[in-house]
Ligand binder design. Sequence first.
Ligand code: HEC
Length: 205
Amino acid sequence: MNFDIIAPAALCAAMLSACATPISDAEAERAAVGMLKASFKPQGQAGVDRLNQDEVQALCSRYPNGLPKDLAEKLEKTQLATIRYPASGKLMGDWREGERIAQSGVGKQFNDDPKGPSGGNCYACHRLSPRELSFGTIGPSLYQFGKQRGTGDAVQRYAYGKIYNSEAFSACSNMPRFGHNGILTEEQIAHLVALLLDPDSPVNK
Ligand code: HEC
């Protein structure tokens, strides 16, 4: 950490008990964000603008213990309206492609090709196919998702919409908004829907 860049207010926050007048929450937040931004360097496509929170993130940060019900419902409604379903109406692609996308953590980093396709990195947070032994547990297990939920239109729309914009179904979710933020294309999302729902997918074996 570079101590030259720490504002006096931040030092005050760090040594609150030693300060004659404690700083306000807003000042402490400004100092903390300033410190955070100063400790990152932009490189290639990974700019420090990524540290700027959008409306959803800013609102969720204001309520770290969860949004009040009315605000959560409002947020989900506005996020639901952002979901773009494919013009073809085809929400299920090829599960084999979906498995490759779920496995891949490539994309959006400074050393990735900004034009190349990104992966979904789903296994970082979810169990999907039991063939993959290494997976994260931040999200629930999605093993047998289609077997349990079925493959009808409503389930397809939900799975597609959830991957497109997770916030539409649970406010302040930790899951990235893959379609909304341009990480995955409509076609890639449809392949992931197939991975989750197709009876032939290893997720449903
Ligand atoms: C950073 C962690 C993270 C990543 C990466 C992630 N998810 Fe999630 N996901 C979550 C969390 C947490 C939840 C539960 C909270 C919620 O519903 O938003 C969730 C929920 C879901 C659900 C809803 C489950 C249900 O019971 O209805 C689906 C479907 C899903 N994720 C699919 C995916 C797919 C497909 C990918 C890859 C493109 C992915 N997730 C990547 C964290 C993640």
